[in-house]
Design a protein around this ligand. Structure first.
Ligand code: GUN
Ligand code: ZN
Length: 442
């Protein structure tokens, strides 16, 4: 089998860092950092990681194709735990808040996905953007149309990327053209699961959009699907916006709170990904912790839609699992670098800190753990899938100028997240193949 060795500086996390000092030097440190590292790739997996010089002396490099990425930095490919691929053309749509934005732009845009040709085209553009930004795994929302999810997985399969997606279930409070029924959403989701879940690198997420757009009968259908397919994910939105919360409680008056709606239908659990989770009561936070559900921090979206400031420390203190995500198209950028930067600023406004080791852990291994996939993606080690990003901290003149004064890895990472974007992504490897340099669009 063909063997490739990537040579560069390499950073990979073993666990969440406690702080800036919790590095590689200590026994049981949070990460491994190699100044002159070698990553051996074969059959779509990492087969070895070590010092390049040691690989040379041991003969590991003989017969291998060596790709020299020095002086750049290789990390595991970024993971995005919440993104709407069908909103790729409505980033930067001017609206006051969530419900206005949904009604004015989103529900119109998603109607276009009744056309399989449109879904195929946007899927292709969407994956180009992910790759351009260094993202190798994403948890995506399709539209209500099952064919939008077929188009997504077909494109993911072509690029050999580990992707998660689901058809949105929505049977009320939306235009006719975007409404399914409890039964049709069950049937369509079930056949998508049969078609795509576990096929190649694809995994399925059962996707009731949010409580407002689902009748009790539909949430019951979502619960039945999850019970029948416990290895699928469940994704939805929770506690994003004050108006949304009030309306949800009006529609489900018997629930103690918003989280209680999902709880009553058996939708919470370790594979449940809840976008936003900004405005939650202590009871709701306790339920998320108890059920091991994941609260997904979507900073660019939360700022753009004026939704509020995520309380990372508060949720963590109560034991809630956390992921980070772009939430395109409420979110304003396809990449994790801009997302980490905005996340940092949100936490600054709350008086909370997130150091750069914690940030980059979150965008890689942390999100893999949130998805229960850390044995396959999110770090660089023998046996892991070969999904990698190559970053250049001197990608723009301003970054290069700032790099003249940088002397530590932590400073470099912080510069990458604060000043970096897709220009800092030199290459993205998916399943061991370079995907960015070979892309067709500029
Ligand atoms: N809540 C329900 N649907 C959506 C959506 O598409 N984006 C965001 N940000 N919140 C939602
Ligand atoms: Zn969302």
């Amino acid at each position: 089998m063909e063997k490739t060795i990537l040579r560069a500086r390499v950073l990979t996390f073993h666990r969440a860092p406690f702080g800036l000092e919790d590095g590689v030097l200590k026994e049981g440190g949070a990460f491994t950092y190699l100044e002159d590292g070698g990553i051996t790739l074969s059959g779509g997996h990492v087969t070895a990681l070590g010092d390049f010089s040691t690989m040379e002396t041991s003969g590991e490099t003989s017969g291998a194709q060596v790709i020299d990425h020095r002086p750049h930095l290789i990390l595991p490919g970024f993971i995005d735990t919440h993104i709407h691929y069908v909103q790729s053309q409505i980033l930067a749509s001017y609206a006051g808040s969530l419900l206005e934005w949904l009604e004015t732009y989103t529900f119109l845009e998603e109607q276009k996905f009744a056309s399989p040709d449109h879904a195929a085209r946007i899927s292709s553009c969407f994956f180009d953007e992910l790759v351009r930004h260094g993202t190798t795994t994403a948890v995506a929302y399709g539209s209500v149309h099952a064919a939008s999810v077929d188009a997504f997985f077909a494109e993911a399969e072509r690029r050999n990327l580990r992707m998660i997606c689901g058809k949105v279930m929505m049977d009320r409070e939306a235009p006719d053209a975007l409404r399914d029924t409890a039964q049709s959403s069950y049937d369509d989701s079930k056949s998508l699961i049969d078609r795509w879940h576990g096929r190649g690198r694809g995994l399925y997420a059962i996707t009731p959009r949010f409580a407002i757009t689902s009748t009790p009968a539909q949430l019951e259908a979502a619960g039945a699907l999850l019970a029948a397919h416990p290895d699928c994910y469940l994704q939805t939105h929770l506690g994003e916006n004050a108006e949304e919360i009030r309306y949800s409680q009006d529609l489900y008056p018997e629930a103690p709170d918003y989280t209680g709606i999902y709880e009553a239908f058996g939708l919470l659990g370790p594979r449940s990904l809840l976008g936003h989770c900004i405005h939650l009561t202590d009871r709701e936070i306790g339920v998320l912790a108890e059920t091991k559900s994941v609260a997904v921090f979507c900073p660019t979206s939360n700022l753009f839609l004026g939704s509020g400031l995520f309380d990372r420390a508060g949720l963590q203190a109560q034991g809630v699992r956390i992921g980070i995500a772009t939430d395109v198209g409420g979110g304003t950028n396809f990449g994790l670098l801009r997302t980490l930067d905005e996340g940092y600023k949100v936490l600054q406004l709350r008086g909370e800190r997130m150091d750069p080791f914690q940030s980059f852990h979150m965008a890689t291994r942390g999100n893999a753990e949130a998805l229960g996939l850390s044995d396959r993606v999110g770090s660089i080690a023998p046996g892991m899938e070969a999904d990698l990003v190559v970053l250049d901290a001197r990608a723009t003149p301003a970054m290069a100028l700032r790099m003249e004064t940088v002397s530590t890895l932590a400073e470099e990472l912080f510069l990458l997240q604060t000043m970096g974007d897709d220009r800092a992504v030199v290459e993205t490897y998916g399943g061991g193949r370079p995907l960015k340099s070979g892309r067709t669009r500029p």
